[in-house]
Design a protein around this ligand. Structure first.
Ligand code: OXD
Ligand code: MN
Length: 585
């Protein structure tokens, strides 16, 4: 390595953390095999059945280290206000002092891997280089699957001193001493005492969302918690859609959806399932790239029914985390189509599993890591240096009441308001209670690296620079009836909603203007062949004016958190909604 800025930083970190060895990774297949063997020797990885899961491994994490820990995640800006009311804040000097104490000698007896990676397509002006220094071989192999790792990053970096710096140590895994500290002004993140994906694979949430988001604001682009898909219609025309859904709400399933039988003339192409970087193109359209090169998906609930393309993706060369293990070294989780072979089944902690105990065999946030190139429907454009032009943006939520199946914003500004007021029920992707409704603007609440009021302003500003902005939608697959049963079949049938959205983008679908936005007329939504009684469809497309008035009023508390910094346009949109609701009786 002859980049002096990289070398100096790596040397300084090694002096602080005192690893026994420093290993610079190049990203070759041979090196990956060596790292896997090291992981097995250390007991971090367990080889799976060689024919049923070729090239695949199981990792079991510490039982108290199984999800992102938002309470230990900090944005360390000089002024508290620059982190804003939705982030934990720490003064940079205090954070550095704490981190110096914790990292001092933390890698003694271990290897420090230097992991160079490229976020975005090679040779693209959209792309950015990062380095992660980690003492976890599990992190190193996951980074190989999740990013374009090794020589390709060094080539893109050349002699530049501009790169994202990530330092990670599994430390002692003590949750009380866990810190994930972001320093946007230094393009740096330090993480200690967790080995869990979102806390430890620093390229993902820490860099590609929080740090890149802050950089994007300075440079005029957006880093978003979004999938990107191309939908090819029977005429061969591909329309690109991006969508933000809170963690564990089906974003990955949607990103590679296999259209239900009736829509066999349509084909979905996956560009990415979790993160999108969005820029204004020379033609005034919004363009997206996927900074990642792999999937870190939730295993429970993934099956041939819910996501056949992901089942094909993870058939080989996959790292599973915290799933259950059958006696024949095949993996299992709740929601998999095949029944559990309970004889000799070990749960996610490696203990014998007794289904009668009522305990889950796999952790609800068990994961798989696999390269995007293994997905049967990877978009031919996923590595295009220019990115793909986005025609529609979805903001999805998990709401059992109130929010209709789909509706369209009147304008970009109204769409930003729909994103900013997104509310969703919590899931197992983050530590804490699940099923509680919380505000999750643009599905970015845990991932916005700066003051969210400024983030909303940045979104509004992007709109002023777009000559042809995408249409914006809110979707909710999770409406239930009085008994708690889902009203909408979801999965492949979500193509019905996407079809309406495509037709809207191409000017050929009907919609009814309601106080909250444009809803499909019942005839415009293709429900042919679905067992969906008209009254159920009516509930799915219902706008309960009284309940929406309450919901609109409750936004005031959320908006007030941001004080004067909140863009006036959002309060104006709230007032306009209240006026429309009033006008409709
Ligand atoms: C993820 C998450 O891992 O959103 O993608 O938590
Ligand atoms: Mn995510």
């Amino acid at each position: 390595m002859n980049n002096p800025a990289v070398r100096q930083w790596v040397d300084a970190t090694a002096r602080l953390t005192a690893p026994d060895r420093v290993v610079w990774l190049q990203g070759s297949d041979e090196e990956y095999r060596r790292l896997l063997a090291e992981g097995v020797a250390q007991g971090q990885l367990l080889p799976l059945h060689p024919q049923r899961h070729p090239g695949s491994y199981l990792h079991r994490s510490h039982p108290r280290d199984v999800a992102r820990t938002e309470q230990s995640t900090y944005i360390c800006t000089p002024h508290r206000d620059d982190a804003g009311p939705t982030n934990n804040w720490m003064a940079p000097d205090d954070a550095h002092a704490t981190l110096r104490r914790l990292f001092q000698g933390a890698m003694r007896g271990r290897t420090m891997y230097v992991v160079p990676y490229l976020l975005g397509p090679p040779g693209s002006p959209f792309s950015r280089v990062g380095f992660e220094l980690t003492d976890s071989v599990y992190v190193a192999v996951n980074m190989r699957l999740m990013t374009r790792m090794g020589a390709v990053a060094l080539e893109q970096l050349g002699a530049s001193a501009e790169f994202f710096k990530g330092v990670h140590s599994t430390g002692t895994l003590d949750p009380e001493q866990r810190y994930i500290c972001h320093f946007p002004q230094e393009s740096a993140v330090w993480s200690i005492n967790s080995g869990y994906g979102g806390n430890a694979l620093l390229s993902k949430k820490c860099v590609a969302l929080r740090l890149a988001g802050a950089q994007g604001r300075r440079e005029g682009w957006l880093a978003e918690h979004m999938f990107v898909m191309g939908i090819e219609d029977p005429h061969g025309r591909t329309t690109y859609v991006a969508g933000a859904l809170p963690s564990s709400c089906g974003k990955t399933n949607l990103a590679m959806l296999k259209p239900a039988g009736r829509f066999s003339g349509y084909k979905v192409w996956c560009v990415g399932d979790d993160i999108a970087w969005l820029r204004v193109g020379r033609d005034g359209r919004l363009y997206a790239v996927n900074p990642e090169a792999g999937f870190f998906g939730v295993a429970p609930g993934t099956s041939a029914k819910t996501n056949p393309n992901m089942m094909a993706t993870i058939a080989t060369n996959t790292i599973f985390t915290n799933v259950a293990l059958a006696a024949d070294r095949t993996v299992w989780w709740e929601g998999l189509d095949r029944p559990a072979d309970v004889r000799g089944m070990a749960d996610w902690q490696g203990k014998p599993w007794d289904p009668a105990s009522g305990q889950k065999a796999a952790h609800p946030n068990a994961r798989f890591t696999a390269p995007i190139a293994q997905c049967p429907v990877t978009s031919p454009a996923w590595n295009d240096p220019e990115g793909v032009p986005i025609s529609a943006i979805l903001f999805g939520c998990r709401r059992s009441t109130l929010v209709p199946l789909v509706y369209e914003a009147f304008t970009w500004r109204h769409g930003v308001y729909l994103g900013a007021t997104l509310n969703s029920e919590t899931t197992a992707a983050a530590a804490g209670a699940t099923g509680v409704v919380r505000r999750d603007p643009m599905a970015m609440l845990p991932f916005c690296g700066y003051n969210m009021a400024d983030y909303f302003a940045h979104w509004l500003d992007m709109g002023t620079r777009l000559a042809s902005p995408p249409r914006i939608y809110r979707v909710n697959w999770f409406r239930t009836d009085a008994r708690g049963a889902c009203l909408w079949p979801g999965f492949g049938d979500n193509m019905r909603v996407l079809k309406w959205i495509l037709d809207r983008c191409h000017g050929s679908a009907e919609a009814a203007a309601t106080p909250i936005g444009y809803l499909p007329t019942p005839a415009a939504l293709d429900t042919e062949g679905l067992d969906l009684p008209p009254e159920r469809l009516q509930t799915l497309l219902d706008v309960d004016v009284a309940a929406w008035r309450d919901a609109a009023r409750r936004q005031t508390d959320f908006f007030s958190k941001f004080g004067e910094r909140l863009p006036g346009a959002l309060r104006e949109e709230q007032q306009a909604l209240m006026d429309r609701l009033k006008g409709s009786g």
